[in-house]
Design a protein around this ligand. Structure first.
Ligand SMILES: O=C(O)c1ccccc1NCC(=O)[C@H](O)[C@H](O)COP(=O)(O)O
Length: 272
């Protein structure tokens, strides 16, 4: 928090998410509208989240990104190789960061990863308009991330409706119960509870555990996101109602992200 020099009234500094969303809204104004090419048949993201896999504590959406504001650079530039290793290790879906400036990703990464795996692929970005949901479908995304905390009610409703229209799943993320309720009211059926506060980047893995039980009976699928490192984090998320978890950093810090995923799932020794 910063304060003005003379007035007593405090002035909030914009959080990281606000800064990113402001950039995205500026960029949208300067980009040509998406061209809508034919897109491949959509892989069923919701089904991948709810399908029970014998021997897995919970389904894992495994994430590829080259860097992040909170984590800095990750040691794997070849996101396609990492995605392949995740699929072989039992991931139910792949999350691909397509934001360039803050995460080192691109829509070309999304296309390359989708061509390399047979499981659904989530476009993880900071979408600000329904036209970008349509654009995501044209680029082959099976699902898009929408961040309830950063979108108005009308935007959220329009973007969820656009996703239904172009037959991509919408994973609607919230950090608080209030934003999760807004997501449900806007028509969301797959809700992600982000343990990371995207304004401050502080992570508390108890966040999803506290909020998910209130949503269990009103959603198709629940996803606990961010900061998950241990098998015990996965079993706790499952016990609180999660169908799936979204994991990036703890896998990407390992020299072998596929092996790290097997360990996280309790399928290989060395996990905790
Ligand atoms: O991770 C960040 O630093 C970040 C900053 C600003 C906006 C979003 C950000 N991350 C998005 C996510 O929450 C994660 O990519 C995702 O949930 C996976 O989390 P983790 O397993 O902790 O990498």
């Amino acid at each position: 928090m910063t304060t003005t020099s003379s007035a007593a009234k405090p002035v909030e500094s914009p959080g990281t998410l606000d800064v990113i969303m402001a950039r995205k809204r500026r960029e949208l104004g300067t980009r040509p509208p998406p061209t809508h090419g034919a897109h491949p048949p959509t892989r069923d993201f919701a089904q991948a989240l709810v399908r029970r896999v014998p021997g897995h504590p919970v389904n894992v959406i495994a994430e590829v990104k080259r860097k992040s504001p909170s984590g800095g650079a990750f040691p794997h530039a070849d996101v396609v190789a990492v995605a392949r290793s995740y699929e072989a290790a039992g991931a139910c879906a792949i999350s691909v960061l397509t934001d360039g400036p803050d995460f080192g990703g691109s829509l070309e990464d999304l296309v390359a990863v989708r061509a390399a795996v047979s499981i659904p692929v989530l476009r993880k970005d900071f979408l600000v308009a329904a036209s970008e949901v349509e654009e995501s479908a044209a680029w082959g995304a099976d699902a898009v991330l929408l961040i309830a905390d950063a979108l108005g009610d009308t935007e959220l409703r329009e973007m969820i409706a656009a996703a239904k229209q172009v037959r991509v799943a919408a994973l609607v993320e919230a950090h608080t119960e209030a934003h999760a309720e807004r997501a449900l009211a806007a028509g969301a059926s797959i809700i992600g509870l982000n343990n990371r506060n995207l304004a401050t980047l502080k992570t508390d893995t108890g966040t999803a555990l506290r909020v998910m039980p209130t949503l269990r009976s009103r959603s198709t699928a629940l996803v606990a996101e961010s900061g998950l490192k241990h098998l015990a984090d996965l079993t706790a998320a499952r016990d609180a109602g999660a169908n799936a978890v979204l994991v990036g950093e703890s896998l990407l810090r390992d020299a072998d992200p596929g092996r790290a995923l097997r360990r996280l799932l309790g399928l290989e020794g060395g996990g905790t």
